[in-house]
Design a protein around this ligand. Structure first.
Ligand code: MN
Length: 279
């Protein structure tokens, strides 16, 4: 499908979680004049701890470079996991321009602020150590929980400790985190007199009109596998990649991705959890 612009964020190349194959399927299905990479494309944080680089991830980089070489306008807006690139604001690497933020004028004249969004995340902004720790700690926590309940069973401890209840309280906090994030991003957009924002960072895809402005989030390619496209009339659409390859094998596959303009409430929760996990 030919669209005017593609917006993707939070690919986290270099990590085990990166779903490069599904991103390749998406890029095969969608061609565009503009390609905006809105942060956390390469995960330098995670690569400090160990690199997980697959052939598919290599192909993602090659496909993007090829698009730039063939005249597509490709812009990279660094995120917090690739923040080293922020020093290169305004500089072109080959055919790819690096910008800290950008105002995109859509085909319908609407003006959108493009930025990764971590500057509006109170946790990563003021407590960087906490964010890094959280990144490391979440997986550990899950593992500790599992062993703890195994231990309780082994010791035949009376009483019941609810993992579900515990998880629910975590999710509630994650949801309020998302709302806080959206609120502060929207406030900044209104102050600057723009029509909307297209960001990433919290791994929760959305197109949400809020009064006179619209909040748009690209989601991620770790968990939800989602992207935003702009059609030739300026209309924005949220595209979600289909099920993993295993589920798609039996069906004849006309297209690897399917449009999903609406968000179910559960997306919030998943996004919230993903955020806690890998923000
Ligand atoms: Mn981020």
């Amino acid at each position: 499908m030919q669209v005017r612009s593609i917006f993707i964020s939070d690919v986290h190349l270099g990590t085990r979680g990166c779903q490069a194959e599904r991103l390749l399927d998406f890029l095969r299905d969608y061609d565009s004049e503009n390609l905006f990479l809105i942060g956390d494309i390469i995960d330098f944080w995670a690569m400090n701890r160990g690199i997980h680089w697959t052939a598919a991830q290599n192909t993602v980089v090659q496909k993007i470079l090829r698009r730039a070489r063939h005249g597509q306008h490709v812009m990279l807006i660094p995120g917090n996991h690739d923040e080293a690139l922020r020093e290169y604001d305004g500089i072109s690497f080959g055919d790819i321009v690096v910008c800290r933020e950008h105002i995109h004028v859509a085909a319908d004249g609407r003006r959108y602020l493009l930025l990764h969004g971590d500057e509006f995340d109170q946790v990563t902004r003021y407590h960087r150590w906490l964010a890094v720790l959280g990144d490391l700690g979440y997986n550990l926590l899950v593992r500790v929980n599992a062993s703890l309940s195994r231990l309780r069973r082994l010791l035949r401890r009376p009483g019941y400790w609810s993992l579900a209840g515990y998880a629910k309280s975590r999710v509630k906090r994650a949801v309020s985190f998302i709302f806080d994030f959206e609120d502060s991003v929207i406030r900044a957009v209104r102050e600057r007199g723009l029509d909307g924002v297209i960001c990433g960072h919290i791994h929760s895809a959305a197109i949400r009109p809020l009064g006179d402005v619209v909040y748009v989030n690209c989601g991620d390619w770790v968990d939800s596998c989602s992207a935003i496209v702009e059609h030739h009339d300026g209309r924005l659409e949220l595209v979600r990649a289909w099920q993993p390859v295993a589920a798609a094998v039996t069906a004849t596959r006309p297209s690897a991705v399917s449009p999903a303009p609406t968000l179910e409430p559960t997306d919030h929760l998943q996004g919230g959890l993903a955020q806690l996990n890998s923000q």
